[in-house]
Design a protein around this ligand. Sequence first.
Ligand code: KG4
Ligand code: ZN
Length: 343
Amino acid sequence: MENEDVLILAIESSCDETAAAVVKNGREVLSSIISSQIALHTVYGGVVPEIASRKHIEKINQVIEAALREANVKLKDITAIAVTYGPGLVGALLVGVSTAKAISLASGIPLIGVHHIEGHINANYIENKELEPPYICLVVSGGHSHLVIVKDYGEYEILGKTRDDAAGEAFDKVARAIGLGYPGGPKIDKVSKEGNADAIHFPRAKVVDSVYDFSFSGLKSAVLNYLNSCEMKGIPVCQADVAASFQKAVVDVLVEHSMNAVEEHGLRKFAIAGGVASNTSLREAFIRECSARKIDFYCPSPIFCTDNAAMIGVAGYYEYRKGVRHGYDLNAVPNLRLGENYE
Ligand code: KG4
Ligand code: ZN
């Protein structure tokens, strides 16, 4: 058994992507299928949880079948089934968890519940075969902003997190305010390329009692105040300048906190993860800073930054190796914290 390949069938349905993947020995993605619901939610300006759950139910079986087909494997070849059980939208998570439990029960293949944020961090192992813990990772997604030390596989020390809005949430809210709509992050990324990032100075918030914590709600309010004052004074708003200046404020804070953490902890390896990690300007800033400081920088390709099941398969593999197996009492945990395990 020890010399056999470990094939993980992974399932992810925590938000608005229905995804399944097959991952071999933790680092080789044999297939990664993502069915995005973005077009469905765009008309509402954000993710509607009820619609997300219903769409997951419609799509999940097809997506899993496609993942097995594309990987050219049969269910009987699968070593374990890994599924995201939190954090996320409870109704959306339940679809993946129930499906994984049903397949596991029917086939006898072991079940492993995976933490969504751990999945994001583990996405770094897919294309960076040499990357191993310990290192520092910045996880920035729609619901989370964490700066962590990855001490070992599945072992994390949280250095800082957001006190209010997540980085992605700030992108989405500002995008809506300047008329770009949902999904905000990619749209701000694109339009910023035509704007002047130094046109407007927005605040870089500091959290007084915790140097690594983030706060983005003040920045969001500063953008809203700027838009209101322009309207009152009859000054036209340059969408690209606001987008670029806001993006620069976020990037500056993320880079400063991360580089301070890397320097203070003496680890010369740094990675980024989560949907916001696909941001062009953020990636460029980290490449520049890390190269100047002689720090090895790692990031997943954009397709593995935003939600996908391949990252869940990677995290599931390392859980499998540690002997983690879950029973059929595994449930969706919408507020699951990093480092918390299912009891
Ligand atoms: O990791 P993810 O796909 O889902 C969560 O776990 O939340 O992250 C989604 C978030 C959204 O807020 C989206 O606007 C943001 O990531 N995002 C971006 C970019 N692509 C996605 N933010 C900035 N620049 C991007 N290119
Ligand atoms: Zn995510």
